[in-house]
Design a protein. Structure first.
Length: 539
Protein backbone atom coordinates (compact mmCIF):
# COMPACT_ATOMS: atom_id res chain seq x y z
CA UNK A 1 0.00 0.00 0.00
CA UNK A 2 1.11 3.55 -0.68
CA UNK A 3 2.20 5.59 2.32
CA UNK A 4 -0.07 8.49 1.42
CA UNK A 5 -3.28 6.42 1.77
CA UNK A 6 -5.41 7.00 4.85
CA UNK A 7 -6.23 3.85 6.85
CA UNK A 8 -9.96 3.02 7.01
CA UNK A 9 -11.38 0.47 9.47
CA UNK A 10 -14.95 -0.91 9.27
CA UNK A 11 -16.65 -2.64 12.22
CA UNK A 12 -20.03 -4.29 11.53
CA UNK A 13 -21.46 -7.66 12.56
CA UNK A 14 -23.39 -8.04 9.27
CA UNK A 15 -21.53 -10.05 6.62
CA UNK A 16 -23.40 -8.35 3.77
CA UNK A 17 -22.35 -4.91 4.98
CA UNK A 18 -18.67 -5.83 5.31
CA UNK A 19 -18.58 -7.42 1.85
CA UNK A 20 -20.55 -4.57 0.30
CA UNK A 21 -18.12 -1.97 1.61
CA UNK A 22 -15.04 -3.84 0.42
CA UNK A 23 -16.45 -4.56 -3.07
CA UNK A 24 -18.51 -1.50 -4.05
CA UNK A 25 -15.67 1.03 -3.69
CA UNK A 26 -12.20 1.30 -5.26
CA UNK A 27 -10.63 2.41 -2.00
CA UNK A 28 -7.22 3.38 -3.36
CA UNK A 29 -8.84 5.70 -5.92
CA UNK A 30 -10.64 7.41 -3.04
CA UNK A 31 -7.33 7.78 -1.15
CA UNK A 32 -7.83 5.05 1.46
CA UNK A 33 -6.42 1.72 2.52
CA UNK A 34 -9.32 -0.58 3.47
CA UNK A 35 -8.16 -2.53 6.53
CA UNK A 36 -9.49 -6.03 7.34
CA UNK A 37 -13.04 -5.37 8.62
CA UNK A 38 -14.12 -6.38 12.14
CA UNK A 39 -17.22 -8.31 13.18
CA UNK A 40 -17.60 -6.88 16.70
CA UNK A 41 -16.42 -4.12 19.01
CA UNK A 42 -13.78 -6.26 20.71
CA UNK A 43 -12.14 -7.02 17.36
CA UNK A 44 -12.38 -3.35 16.42
CA UNK A 45 -10.48 -2.23 19.52
CA UNK A 46 -7.77 -4.84 18.86
CA UNK A 47 -7.45 -3.63 15.24
CA UNK A 48 -7.30 -0.01 16.36
CA UNK A 49 -4.43 -0.89 18.68
CA UNK A 50 -2.69 -2.76 15.87
CA UNK A 51 -3.22 -0.42 12.88
CA UNK A 52 -3.93 2.98 14.47
CA UNK A 53 -6.41 3.84 11.65
CA UNK A 54 -7.21 7.37 10.54
CA UNK A 55 -10.94 6.60 10.29
CA UNK A 56 -13.18 4.09 12.05
CA UNK A 57 -16.68 3.46 10.68
CA UNK A 58 -18.53 1.41 13.29
CA UNK A 59 -22.02 0.00 13.56
CA UNK A 60 -23.80 0.77 16.84
CA UNK A 61 -25.39 -2.63 17.57
CA UNK A 62 -22.67 -5.29 17.75
CA UNK A 63 -22.04 -8.22 20.11
CA UNK A 64 -19.67 -8.00 23.11
CA UNK A 65 -18.81 -4.30 22.73
CA UNK A 66 -21.12 -1.96 20.81
CA UNK A 67 -20.18 0.91 18.52
CA UNK A 68 -20.78 3.64 21.09
CA UNK A 69 -18.35 1.95 23.49
CA UNK A 70 -15.83 1.73 20.64
CA UNK A 71 -16.25 5.46 19.93
CA UNK A 72 -15.78 6.25 23.61
CA UNK A 73 -12.59 4.13 23.68
CA UNK A 74 -11.27 5.98 20.62
CA UNK A 75 -12.07 9.38 22.12
CA UNK A 76 -10.07 8.54 25.26
CA UNK A 77 -7.14 6.71 23.66
CA UNK A 78 -6.91 7.80 20.00
CA UNK A 79 -8.33 11.35 19.87
CA UNK A 80 -6.89 12.02 16.40
CA UNK A 81 -8.85 9.13 14.88
CA UNK A 82 -12.06 10.19 13.14
CA UNK A 83 -15.14 8.15 14.09
CA UNK A 84 -18.24 7.73 11.95
CA UNK A 85 -21.27 5.92 13.41
CA UNK A 86 -23.27 3.56 11.18
CA UNK A 87 -26.74 2.62 12.39
CA UNK A 88 -29.98 1.10 11.21
CA UNK A 89 -31.90 3.25 13.68
CA UNK A 90 -32.68 6.95 13.55
CA UNK A 91 -32.51 7.08 17.35
CA UNK A 92 -32.08 10.38 19.19
CA UNK A 93 -30.41 8.85 22.26
CA UNK A 94 -27.86 7.03 20.07
CA UNK A 95 -27.14 10.23 18.20
CA UNK A 96 -26.85 12.20 21.44
CA UNK A 97 -24.35 9.69 22.88
CA UNK A 98 -22.41 9.77 19.61
CA UNK A 99 -22.19 13.57 19.77
CA UNK A 100 -20.88 13.38 23.33
CA UNK A 101 -18.17 11.05 22.04
CA UNK A 102 -17.36 13.67 19.38
CA UNK A 103 -18.01 11.44 16.35
CA UNK A 104 -17.54 13.01 12.92
CA UNK A 105 -20.85 11.86 11.43
CA UNK A 106 -23.89 9.64 12.11
CA UNK A 107 -24.91 7.63 8.99
CA UNK A 108 -28.07 5.57 8.59
CA UNK A 109 -28.20 2.18 6.87
CA UNK A 110 -28.48 1.24 4.10
CA UNK A 111 -25.75 3.44 2.62
CA UNK A 112 -25.46 3.67 -1.17
CA UNK A 113 -22.21 3.80 -3.15
CA UNK A 114 -22.92 7.43 -4.03
CA UNK A 115 -23.46 8.39 -0.39
CA UNK A 116 -20.37 6.45 0.70
CA UNK A 117 -18.18 8.18 -1.91
CA UNK A 118 -19.53 11.54 -0.82
CA UNK A 119 -18.71 10.69 2.81
CA UNK A 120 -15.20 9.52 1.86
CA UNK A 121 -14.58 12.73 -0.07
CA UNK A 122 -15.62 14.77 2.99
CA UNK A 123 -13.41 12.65 5.27
CA UNK A 124 -10.41 12.95 2.95
CA UNK A 125 -10.78 16.74 2.75
CA UNK A 126 -10.78 16.91 6.53
CA UNK A 127 -7.75 14.62 6.87
CA UNK A 128 -5.87 16.52 4.13
CA UNK A 129 -6.55 19.79 5.90
CA UNK A 130 -5.35 18.45 9.26
CA UNK A 131 -2.26 16.95 7.63
CA UNK A 132 -1.44 20.19 5.81
CA UNK A 133 -1.89 22.26 8.96
CA UNK A 134 0.26 19.85 10.98
CA UNK A 135 3.08 20.23 8.44
CA UNK A 136 2.72 24.00 8.57
CA UNK A 137 2.87 23.91 12.37
CA UNK A 138 6.11 21.94 12.29
CA UNK A 139 7.64 24.64 10.11
CA UNK A 140 6.22 27.38 12.28
CA UNK A 141 7.66 25.86 15.45
CA UNK A 142 11.13 26.46 14.04
CA UNK A 143 10.22 30.04 13.18
CA UNK A 144 8.97 30.69 16.72
CA UNK A 145 12.37 29.73 18.10
CA UNK A 146 14.20 31.77 15.48
CA UNK A 147 12.00 34.85 15.73
CA UNK A 148 13.43 37.50 18.04
CA UNK A 149 11.15 40.47 17.51
CA UNK A 150 10.62 41.41 21.17
CA UNK A 151 11.84 45.01 20.79
CA UNK A 152 9.66 45.65 17.76
CA UNK A 153 6.54 44.25 19.44
CA UNK A 154 7.24 46.23 22.63
CA UNK A 155 7.47 49.44 20.63
CA UNK A 156 4.19 48.80 18.83
CA UNK A 157 2.46 47.87 22.09
CA UNK A 158 3.58 51.20 23.59
CA UNK A 159 2.18 52.94 20.51
CA UNK A 160 -1.34 51.47 20.82
CA UNK A 161 -1.38 52.11 24.57
CA UNK A 162 -0.68 55.82 23.95
CA UNK A 163 2.69 55.79 25.75
CA UNK A 164 4.75 57.32 22.90
CA UNK A 165 5.35 61.05 22.70
CA UNK A 166 5.13 62.89 19.39
CA UNK A 167 8.93 63.27 19.38
CA UNK A 168 9.46 59.52 19.86
CA UNK A 169 6.96 58.77 17.12
CA UNK A 170 8.68 61.10 14.66
CA UNK A 171 12.09 59.69 15.56
CA UNK A 172 10.98 56.11 14.77
CA UNK A 173 8.58 56.87 11.92
CA UNK A 174 10.97 55.40 9.33
CA UNK A 175 11.03 52.23 11.43
CA UNK A 176 7.23 52.06 11.12
CA UNK A 177 7.60 52.29 7.33
CA UNK A 178 4.24 53.87 6.58
CA UNK A 179 4.12 56.01 3.41
CA UNK A 180 4.52 59.74 4.07
CA UNK A 181 1.23 60.35 2.26
CA UNK A 182 -0.75 58.41 4.89
CA UNK A 183 -3.31 60.71 6.44
CA UNK A 184 -5.68 58.31 8.16
CA UNK A 185 -5.11 55.35 10.48
CA UNK A 186 -7.21 52.63 12.10
CA UNK A 187 -6.79 49.46 14.17
CA UNK A 188 -8.14 45.96 13.66
CA UNK A 189 -7.87 43.39 16.47
CA UNK A 190 -7.92 39.74 15.37
CA UNK A 191 -8.79 37.60 18.37
CA UNK A 192 -9.11 33.78 18.55
CA UNK A 193 -12.66 33.00 19.65
CA UNK A 194 -11.87 30.13 21.97
CA UNK A 195 -8.25 29.93 23.02
CA UNK A 196 -8.87 27.10 25.46
CA UNK A 197 -10.43 24.92 22.74
CA UNK A 198 -7.26 25.19 20.63
CA UNK A 199 -5.29 23.35 23.27
CA UNK A 200 -8.02 21.03 24.53
CA UNK A 201 -9.58 20.00 21.19
CA UNK A 202 -6.78 20.46 18.67
CA UNK A 203 -3.74 20.20 20.98
CA UNK A 204 -2.27 23.33 19.44
CA UNK A 205 -0.34 25.94 21.37
CA UNK A 206 -1.89 29.39 21.02
CA UNK A 207 1.44 30.92 19.98
CA UNK A 208 1.66 28.60 16.99
CA UNK A 209 -1.91 29.32 15.99
CA UNK A 210 -1.33 33.08 16.19
CA UNK A 211 1.75 32.80 14.02
CA UNK A 212 -0.22 30.81 11.44
CA UNK A 213 -2.93 33.47 11.44
CA UNK A 214 -0.35 36.27 11.09
CA UNK A 215 1.21 34.54 8.09
CA UNK A 216 -2.22 34.19 6.54
CA UNK A 217 -2.99 37.88 7.11
CA UNK A 218 0.27 38.89 5.44
CA UNK A 219 -0.82 36.91 2.38
CA UNK A 220 -4.21 38.64 2.42
CA UNK A 221 -2.88 42.20 2.61
CA UNK A 222 -0.97 42.67 -0.63
CA UNK A 223 0.35 46.20 -0.08
CA UNK A 224 3.10 45.63 2.46
CA UNK A 225 3.64 49.29 3.35
CA UNK A 226 0.11 50.16 4.46
CA UNK A 227 -0.13 48.03 7.58
CA UNK A 228 1.70 46.98 10.74
CA UNK A 229 1.13 43.50 12.14
CA UNK A 230 2.08 42.42 15.65
CA UNK A 231 0.87 40.59 18.73
CA UNK A 232 -0.09 41.80 22.20
CA UNK A 233 0.59 40.15 25.53
CA UNK A 234 -3.12 39.25 25.60
CA UNK A 235 -2.63 36.90 22.65
CA UNK A 236 -4.39 39.16 20.18
CA UNK A 237 -3.16 40.13 16.72
CA UNK A 238 -3.10 43.86 16.02
CA UNK A 239 -3.27 45.35 12.53
CA UNK A 240 -2.58 49.08 12.22
CA UNK A 241 -3.87 50.22 8.83
CA UNK A 242 -2.67 53.35 7.05
CA UNK A 243 -4.54 55.03 4.22
CA UNK A 244 -4.33 58.22 2.22
CA UNK A 245 -7.61 59.55 3.65
CA UNK A 246 -10.68 58.61 5.67
CA UNK A 247 -12.41 57.00 2.67
CA UNK A 248 -9.38 54.83 1.93
CA UNK A 249 -9.02 53.63 5.51
CA UNK A 250 -12.77 52.92 5.65
CA UNK A 251 -12.49 50.66 2.60
CA UNK A 252 -9.52 48.77 4.09
CA UNK A 253 -11.36 48.35 7.41
CA UNK A 254 -14.26 46.78 5.54
CA UNK A 255 -12.54 44.45 3.07
CA UNK A 256 -9.64 43.09 5.13
CA UNK A 257 -11.77 41.72 8.03
CA UNK A 258 -14.08 40.03 5.51
CA UNK A 259 -11.12 38.22 3.95
CA UNK A 260 -9.71 37.23 7.36
CA UNK A 261 -13.04 35.77 8.52
CA UNK A 262 -13.44 33.78 5.30
CA UNK A 263 -10.01 32.15 5.59
CA UNK A 264 -10.10 28.53 6.76
CA UNK A 265 -7.31 27.61 9.18
CA UNK A 266 -8.29 23.92 9.28
CA UNK A 267 -8.31 23.60 13.04
CA UNK A 268 -11.36 21.88 14.57
CA UNK A 269 -13.46 24.38 16.47
CA UNK A 270 -11.12 27.31 15.78
CA UNK A 271 -12.35 30.66 14.49
CA UNK A 272 -11.35 34.29 14.92
CA UNK A 273 -13.33 37.50 15.33
CA UNK A 274 -12.21 40.96 14.23
CA UNK A 275 -12.84 44.13 16.25
CA UNK A 276 -12.69 47.36 14.27
CA UNK A 277 -11.67 50.71 15.74
CA UNK A 278 -12.48 54.17 14.40
CA UNK A 279 -10.14 56.18 12.20
CA UNK A 280 -7.80 58.95 13.34
CA UNK A 281 -5.74 61.48 11.37
CA UNK A 282 -2.64 61.34 13.61
CA UNK A 283 -0.82 58.09 14.34
CA UNK A 284 -0.15 59.34 17.86
CA UNK A 285 -3.91 59.03 18.52
CA UNK A 286 -4.05 55.40 17.38
CA UNK A 287 -4.59 54.35 21.02
CA UNK A 288 -8.13 55.77 20.74
CA UNK A 289 -8.85 53.46 17.79
CA UNK A 290 -7.33 50.57 19.79
CA UNK A 291 -9.69 51.16 22.72
CA UNK A 292 -12.64 51.32 20.34
CA UNK A 293 -11.62 48.02 18.73
CA UNK A 294 -11.32 46.39 22.17
CA UNK A 295 -14.80 47.65 23.05
CA UNK A 296 -16.11 46.30 19.76
CA UNK A 297 -14.79 42.83 20.60
CA UNK A 298 -16.90 42.76 23.75
CA UNK A 299 -20.00 42.51 21.57
CA UNK A 300 -18.86 39.12 20.33
CA UNK A 301 -20.78 37.96 23.41
CA UNK A 302 -24.00 39.05 21.67
CA UNK A 303 -23.12 38.63 17.99
CA UNK A 304 -21.31 35.29 18.32
CA UNK A 305 -17.97 33.85 17.23
CA UNK A 306 -16.39 34.32 13.80
CA UNK A 307 -17.78 37.86 13.62
CA UNK A 308 -16.73 41.28 12.35
CA UNK A 309 -17.48 43.69 15.17
CA UNK A 310 -17.83 47.45 15.21
CA UNK A 311 -18.62 49.62 18.21
CA UNK A 312 -22.39 49.80 18.72
CA UNK A 313 -22.95 53.31 20.02
CA UNK A 314 -26.67 52.68 20.42
CA UNK A 315 -26.48 49.69 22.74
CA UNK A 316 -25.57 51.61 25.88
CA UNK A 317 -28.23 54.28 25.54
CA UNK A 318 -30.16 52.97 28.52
CA UNK A 319 -29.38 51.58 31.95
CA UNK A 320 -32.92 50.23 32.32
CA UNK A 321 -34.24 46.88 31.17
CA UNK A 322 -37.64 46.39 29.64
CA UNK A 323 -40.19 45.05 32.10
CA UNK A 324 -40.74 41.81 30.20
CA UNK A 325 -37.43 40.35 31.40
CA UNK A 326 -38.80 40.41 34.96
CA UNK A 327 -41.87 38.55 33.71
CA UNK A 328 -39.72 35.76 32.30
CA UNK A 329 -38.08 35.32 35.71
CA UNK A 330 -41.53 34.75 37.21
CA UNK A 331 -42.74 32.57 34.33
CA UNK A 332 -39.79 30.17 34.42
CA UNK A 333 -40.42 29.49 38.12
CA UNK A 334 -44.06 28.60 37.48
CA UNK A 335 -43.47 26.66 34.27
CA UNK A 336 -40.65 24.49 35.66
CA UNK A 337 -43.07 23.10 38.23
CA UNK A 338 -46.20 22.72 36.19
CA UNK A 339 -45.54 22.53 32.46
CA UNK A 340 -43.91 20.61 29.62
CA UNK A 341 -40.39 20.63 28.25
CA UNK A 342 -41.67 22.57 25.23
CA UNK A 343 -43.03 25.38 27.42
CA UNK A 344 -39.79 25.51 29.43
CA UNK A 345 -37.89 25.91 26.14
CA UNK A 346 -40.29 28.63 24.97
CA UNK A 347 -39.67 30.73 28.09
CA UNK A 348 -35.89 30.25 27.80
CA UNK A 349 -35.99 31.19 24.09
CA UNK A 350 -38.15 34.24 24.80
CA UNK A 351 -35.83 35.36 27.60
CA UNK A 352 -32.68 35.17 25.46
CA UNK A 353 -34.38 36.70 22.40
CA UNK A 354 -35.46 39.64 24.56
CA UNK A 355 -31.98 39.88 26.08
CA UNK A 356 -30.34 40.15 22.66
CA UNK A 357 -32.52 43.16 21.86
CA UNK A 358 -31.85 45.06 25.09
CA UNK A 359 -30.02 48.36 24.53
CA UNK A 360 -28.02 48.18 27.75
CA UNK A 361 -24.33 47.68 28.61
CA UNK A 362 -23.00 44.12 28.46
CA UNK A 363 -22.46 43.83 32.20
CA UNK A 364 -26.22 44.27 32.71
CA UNK A 365 -26.92 41.55 30.12
CA UNK A 366 -24.63 39.16 32.03
CA UNK A 367 -26.22 40.16 35.33
CA UNK A 368 -29.68 39.31 33.98
CA UNK A 369 -28.45 35.89 32.86
CA UNK A 370 -27.23 35.20 36.40
CA UNK A 371 -30.57 36.35 37.80
CA UNK A 372 -32.37 33.96 35.44
CA UNK A 373 -30.12 31.13 36.59
CA UNK A 374 -30.76 32.03 40.24
CA UNK A 375 -34.52 31.95 39.63
CA UNK A 376 -34.22 28.43 38.21
CA UNK A 377 -31.97 27.19 41.01
CA UNK A 378 -34.25 28.67 43.68
CA UNK A 379 -37.25 26.94 42.12
CA UNK A 380 -35.43 23.60 42.07
CA UNK A 381 -34.32 24.06 45.67
CA UNK A 382 -37.89 24.82 46.78
CA UNK A 383 -39.03 21.43 45.48
CA UNK A 384 -36.10 19.49 46.89
CA UNK A 385 -33.85 19.22 43.81
CA UNK A 386 -30.20 20.27 44.09
CA UNK A 387 -28.25 21.33 41.02
CA UNK A 388 -25.80 18.48 41.62
CA UNK A 389 -28.64 15.99 41.14
CA UNK A 390 -29.06 17.16 37.55
CA UNK A 391 -25.57 15.87 36.62
CA UNK A 392 -25.23 18.40 33.79
CA UNK A 393 -21.47 19.01 33.93
CA UNK A 394 -18.46 17.89 35.90
CA UNK A 395 -18.36 21.26 37.63
CA UNK A 396 -20.68 21.60 40.61
CA UNK A 397 -20.91 25.38 40.17
CA UNK A 398 -23.29 26.41 37.35
CA UNK A 399 -22.14 30.04 37.58
CA UNK A 400 -18.59 28.96 36.72
CA UNK A 401 -19.92 27.03 33.73
CA UNK A 402 -21.94 29.99 32.44
CA UNK A 403 -19.04 32.43 32.93
CA UNK A 404 -16.74 30.11 30.95
CA UNK A 405 -19.02 30.28 27.89
CA UNK A 406 -17.99 33.05 25.52
CA UNK A 407 -21.19 33.97 23.66
CA UNK A 408 -24.86 34.42 24.48
CA UNK A 409 -25.67 31.65 21.96
CA UNK A 410 -23.54 29.14 23.87
CA UNK A 411 -25.21 30.15 27.14
CA UNK A 412 -28.65 29.93 25.52
CA UNK A 413 -27.95 26.36 24.35
CA UNK A 414 -26.66 25.43 27.79
CA UNK A 415 -29.91 26.65 29.38
CA UNK A 416 -31.96 24.66 26.84
CA UNK A 417 -30.00 21.51 27.70
CA UNK A 418 -30.52 22.18 31.39
CA UNK A 419 -34.25 22.76 30.80
CA UNK A 420 -34.59 19.32 29.21
CA UNK A 421 -32.86 17.66 32.15
CA UNK A 422 -34.97 19.63 34.65
CA UNK A 423 -38.14 18.52 32.90
CA UNK A 424 -37.08 14.88 33.00
CA UNK A 425 -36.11 15.20 36.68
CA UNK A 426 -39.45 16.81 37.48
CA UNK A 427 -41.29 14.07 35.62
CA UNK A 428 -39.37 11.44 37.57
CA UNK A 429 -40.06 13.23 40.83
CA UNK A 430 -43.79 13.37 40.16
CA UNK A 431 -43.87 9.69 39.31
CA UNK A 432 -42.09 8.82 42.53
CA UNK A 433 -44.29 10.84 44.86
CA UNK A 434 -45.14 8.75 47.90
CA UNK A 435 -48.63 10.18 47.65
CA UNK A 436 -49.74 9.83 44.03
CA UNK A 437 -52.97 11.51 45.00
CA UNK A 438 -51.16 14.85 44.96
CA UNK A 439 -50.03 14.32 41.39
CA UNK A 440 -53.57 13.39 40.33
CA UNK A 441 -54.94 16.49 42.05
CA UNK A 442 -52.33 18.64 40.27
CA UNK A 443 -53.45 17.23 36.93
CA UNK A 444 -57.07 17.80 37.83
CA UNK A 445 -56.42 21.42 38.75
CA UNK A 446 -54.44 22.03 35.56
CA UNK A 447 -57.29 20.62 33.48
CA UNK A 448 -60.15 22.26 35.40
CA UNK A 449 -58.71 25.60 36.53
CA UNK A 450 -61.52 27.32 34.61
CA UNK A 451 -64.14 25.93 37.02
CA UNK A 452 -65.17 28.80 39.30
CA UNK A 453 -66.67 26.27 41.75
CA UNK A 454 -63.31 24.61 42.47
CA UNK A 455 -62.59 24.48 46.21
CA UNK A 456 -60.90 22.30 48.80
CA UNK A 457 -64.27 20.77 49.67
CA UNK A 458 -64.95 19.83 46.04
CA UNK A 459 -61.47 18.30 45.60
CA UNK A 460 -61.91 16.32 48.85
CA UNK A 461 -65.22 15.00 47.56
CA UNK A 462 -63.75 13.95 44.19
CA UNK A 463 -60.65 12.25 45.63
CA UNK A 464 -62.21 10.95 48.89
CA UNK A 465 -59.86 12.80 51.24
CA UNK A 466 -60.39 14.80 54.38
CA UNK A 467 -59.63 18.49 54.10
CA UNK A 468 -56.94 18.37 56.81
CA UNK A 469 -55.17 15.42 55.17
CA UNK A 470 -55.39 16.97 51.70
CA UNK A 471 -53.99 20.28 52.94
CA UNK A 472 -51.12 18.56 54.74
CA UNK A 473 -49.89 16.33 51.89
CA UNK A 474 -50.48 18.97 49.20
CA UNK A 475 -48.38 21.50 51.10
CA UNK A 476 -45.72 18.87 51.79
CA UNK A 477 -45.16 17.92 48.16
CA UNK A 478 -45.75 21.28 46.41
CA UNK A 479 -44.68 23.81 49.06
CA UNK A 480 -47.95 25.60 48.31
CA UNK A 481 -51.49 25.49 49.56
CA UNK A 482 -54.06 24.19 47.13
CA UNK A 483 -55.45 27.70 46.67
CA UNK A 484 -51.97 29.11 45.94
CA UNK A 485 -51.30 26.34 43.45
CA UNK A 486 -54.63 26.89 41.66
CA UNK A 487 -54.03 30.65 41.59
CA UNK A 488 -50.59 30.20 40.01
CA UNK A 489 -52.13 28.03 37.26
CA UNK A 490 -54.89 30.53 36.65
CA UNK A 491 -52.45 33.42 36.52
CA UNK A 492 -50.15 31.58 34.09
CA UNK A 493 -53.12 30.87 31.82
CA UNK A 494 -54.32 34.48 32.16
CA UNK A 495 -50.89 35.76 31.09
CA UNK A 496 -50.96 33.42 28.11
CA UNK A 497 -54.42 34.65 27.06
CA UNK A 498 -53.34 38.28 27.37
CA UNK A 499 -50.31 37.57 25.16
CA UNK A 500 -52.07 35.51 22.51
CA UNK A 501 -55.57 36.99 22.25
CA UNK A 502 -57.52 40.26 22.20
CA UNK A 503 -60.00 39.10 24.80
CA UNK A 504 -61.22 41.65 27.32
CA UNK A 505 -60.30 41.41 30.99
CA UNK A 506 -63.73 40.17 32.08
CA UNK A 507 -63.61 37.41 29.43
CA UNK A 508 -60.16 36.28 30.59
CA UNK A 509 -61.40 36.35 34.19
CA UNK A 510 -64.31 34.07 33.29
CA UNK A 511 -62.08 31.69 31.29
CA UNK A 512 -59.69 31.32 34.23
CA UNK A 513 -62.31 30.59 36.90
CA UNK A 514 -63.17 34.04 38.27
CA UNK A 515 -66.82 35.11 38.46
CA UNK A 516 -65.90 38.64 39.46
CA UNK A 517 -63.57 40.65 37.17
CA UNK A 518 -62.75 42.98 40.06
CA UNK A 519 -61.47 40.10 42.19
CA UNK A 520 -59.52 38.77 39.19
CA UNK A 521 -57.81 42.19 38.88
CA UNK A 522 -56.89 42.16 42.57
CA UNK A 523 -55.38 38.66 42.38
CA UNK A 524 -53.55 39.39 39.11
CA UNK A 525 -51.96 42.56 40.48
CA UNK A 526 -50.99 40.79 43.72
CA UNK A 527 -49.36 37.97 41.76
CA UNK A 528 -47.78 39.84 38.83
CA UNK A 529 -47.18 43.23 40.50
CA UNK A 530 -49.21 44.96 37.79
CA UNK A 531 -52.76 45.09 36.44
CA UNK A 532 -53.78 43.03 33.38
CA UNK A 533 -53.80 46.20 31.26
CA UNK A 534 -50.30 47.13 32.39
CA UNK A 535 -49.12 43.60 31.64
CA UNK A 536 -50.59 43.78 28.11
CA UNK A 537 -48.93 47.15 27.51
CA UNK A 538 -45.55 45.81 28.69
CA UNK A 539 -45.49 43.11 26.00
Amino acid sequence: MENNLYKFLLADDEHIVRNGFSEKINWEEQGFEFLPPCTNGKQAIESIQKYNPDIVLTDICMPQIDGLEVSEYILKNYPDTIVVILSGYDDFEYAQTALRNKVFDYVLKPISSKTLKKLLKKLKQTLDGKKSFKQNLENLEKQVEESKSVIRERFFNRLIQGYLSQNELERYYDYINFPKSAGSFSILIVDPDNKRALLEKANIQIELFLMAVKNQIENIIKQKNNFLLFQTNNQQIIIILAGKDKEGISELSRTIPEKIIKEAFYIPGSTVSVGIGGDCSNLKDIHISFKQALKSLEYRFIQGNNSILTLDENRAVSQKLSFRLEQYLQEIQVIIKYNSEEKINIVIDNFFDALRNELVPLYIIKLEINKFLIAILQTLHSIGINYDNLEIEESSDPFNIVSSLTTIDEIHHWFIDMGKIIYLKMKEKRQNFAEKKVFKIQNYLEENYWDSELSIEKICSIFYLSSSYLSRIFKKYTNKTLVEYLTSIRMARACELIKTSNKKTYEIAELTGFNEPGYFNVIFKKTMNMTPSEYRNSL
